[in-house]
Design a protein around this ligand. Sequence first.
Ligand SMILES: C[S@@+](CC[C@H](N)C(=O)[O-])C[C@H]1O[C@@H](n2cnc3c(N)ncnc32)[C@H](O)[C@@H]1O
Length: 366
Amino acid sequence: MADTSILVCPATKQPLRLVPIEEADGARPLVPRARTGGGVTSEHAGRTPIVMLRADGEVAYPVIDGIPILLAPEMLVRDASSAAYDVGALPYAEAYEQMAFYNEFAAGGEGGGELARYAEMLRPAQRLTPAGRSQFPEPRELWIDAVYDAAAQMDCYRHLAPVQDRVILQLGGKGLHAVKFLLAGAKEAWVLTPMLQEARWAVAFAEMMGVSAGLHCIVGIAEELPIADATVDGVYAGGTVHHIVTEVAFPEVRRVLKPGGAFAAADPWRTPWYTIGTRVFGKREPSVYCRPLDAARVAPLKSTFPNGRRLHHGAFTRYLLLVLTKFGLESSLRTAWALNRIDDAVASVLGMRRLGSSVALLATRE
Ligand SMILES: C[S@@+](CC[C@H](N)C(=O)[O-])C[C@H]1O[C@@H](n2cnc3c(N)ncnc32)[C@H](O)[C@@H]1O
């Protein structure tokens, strides 16, 4: 069972504690809160044998396979006739619309095959000495996995390093990064994702890599973090920020970071190539919410973290390489990295770095 000491109600931020459902029921049994909204693609998590009961005793959250489901629409309430939760509205709309897609992806097929591939890649990290772990994120051949966003991922990992003895939260995704942080010596790594199957993928991968004791998974959204104030040393988001409501999520990230804590995100950036490319080749993901970042969506970084900054990469070559993948031509990390180095150097000379479609967002809580 997950360490629950830092978990709070996503809606009210009151503390939560694990109890058997019978104890939480008392004289007024808990029932799933009604949900409404066109985008519901998942079953209710419903009543589970163990729940997380809120301090005021009015509300509890389901726990499935030891993973707390801290989504406000999955709340168990005392009164079945209480107002239905609209999951077709922000901030839950995208998470619910995409649940079936991401759960299916993480549960089987390509999602399952990835486990073995990443395990193979990270095998040498299991043998690192403390001195080797302290070099994270070097060597990059060991730690970097995002071929077309390698430079942005490197910026992010460098910003979070050193991770030894720290508590790091991975925001969104299947938990690959959380496991890397544990292999690099983090004390604890948390994975927060709206998708239960992604959390399960993280548990399976941490077990495979022998670091499951330090891993904690929660189902939740970035816009309503179910985590207590000032409890984590670093937050990493890989390909997640362009899915979230930044003006709501960034202040939440700041709230959970300890003073001096670091936030780093690697994401796609909207450039003219994107507009042309999606017209010709279509979008990789069908969601209306999945949109590359632009200046307006990233503006809350600066208003939340005065030291927030953005680094662009791959102005000329990234989309080209991505288009080639449509024709079965995958680049190796080494090739993509080398091309990106040249690309960034040329773009810097021409003053065109801001055309780079891969960005790292970096900030530190003052
Ligand atoms: C394009 S995928 C990025 C996958 C990621 N690179 C990984 O490591 O698996 C987008 C991710 O955004 C996450 N996501 C979507 N809406 C979210 C929200 N409101 N809060 C947190 N994560 C969210 C999902 O977990 C999903 O895996």
